[in-house]
Ligand binder design. Sequence first.
Ligand code: UDX
Length: 448
Amino acid sequence: MEKSNGLRVIMFPLPIQGCVNPMFQLAKILHSRGFSITVIHTRFNAPKTSNHSLFTFLEIPDGLSEKDKSTHDVTLLLTLLNRSCEAPFRECLTKLLQEKQRISCLIDDAGWIFTQPVAQSLNLPRLVTNTYKVSFFVGHFVLPPLRRDRYLLQQGSEQDEPAEEFPPLRKKDLLQILEGETEVLDSYSDMILQTTKASSGLIFVSSCEELDQDSLSQARKDFQLPIFAIGPSHSYFPGSSSSLFTPDQTCIQWLDKQEDNSVIYVSFGSVVNITESELLEVAWGLRNSEQPFLWVVRVGMVNGTKGVEAIPEELMERLEEKGKIVKWAPQQEVLKHRATGGFLTHNGWNSTVESVCEGVPMICVPSVWDQLLNARFVSDVWMVGLHLEGRIERDEIERVVRRLLLEPEGEVIRERMKLLKEKVGRSVKENGSANRSLQDLVDYISSF
Ligand code: UDX
């Protein structure tokens, strides 16, 4: 670690897994470059402070009821958090600024929409982190106008065609993203846009030129801000994930017993929910593929049940002959393991990038929002995975697993993935694009 530079950075992660991991990776990187780190966090999904003895933690109340905490509606959760955290956050930050050590800036997630005016009123520069793929972050501001233009009603039957308004999505993907209750989401997106534009800079914590070149140029034009794409941030400190749940380490011993590239790893991330019938289709598909599998079934992931108990006993016995089911896995270690040959994923951006970094080809089962775009990059642009096209059906799953793990087509995909892995791997090494961007970020923060 470099000597302390006497500067403190305040970080404020959004309390959802997909945002916590990259924020802590960034905190570790900045700490290793000499900055002191204070993390302000909500009581809800509080990080395990004992895992980060080098940082200072300050908890603020979040006003969430037990019912709010158990909602599956992420937009609602973020709206409630934004409503109730402003006052305690302001109080906490004001106190910190009265302390002796120089505070260089606040770094927090784009999804916090009250922090920009708070930081501004206290004369503190704010840098915004973003955990989406750059192309989604830049592109998704087109969604509210499309919805206003009643895009949904204009569509005919050519749903597999490219959506020119938001490439490389197909029309059916765009329709899926535009579905549902949206007024709240549209005004939330607009606030994100305004507050990001007013900030002192934008940090893409899991992207780099190699994955997002065109969109980065677009982002620089649209935002007129210093923009940093520091690459897959977990690559700087491999294996140091900041899980909100406890990973089941027995996965690794189980993987040790499997053959190289034989296991299909299955996970739908930290927020996606599935129905009981989808759970059973996945279970049958995996079992019928006759390939070993490691499957994460989170507590509460299956609508209306706690989790795996929705699987009947006889099926469970058959599943256990071939696979292992856990509540939470040490995902980065799993993807790194020589036995892992494929990843059936919901294509959250962190999972997608982690898979690329370990060269594991994917089977795409995107559920909502940015996942649909990430999946199209995987299957249609980089061609490092197969797309289930929404068919969560046992026969389809069986077929796609076997195509990826056993057939020559899978070999070709694996080779392509190897090249992408190498390209992205180079970007975080010395003189790589992401590494240079990180140095620019460190210099920029030091200049405040
Ligand atoms: C959310 C959104 O759903 C996603 O669309 C967006 O891109 C990021 O924010 P999430 O669904 O949790 O994220 O998915 P993802 O981005 O893939 O992040 C999940 C994180 O949890 C990954 O870092 C992964 O390594 C970790 N994880 C997941 C585990 O450590 N163990 C597990 O068993 C599952």
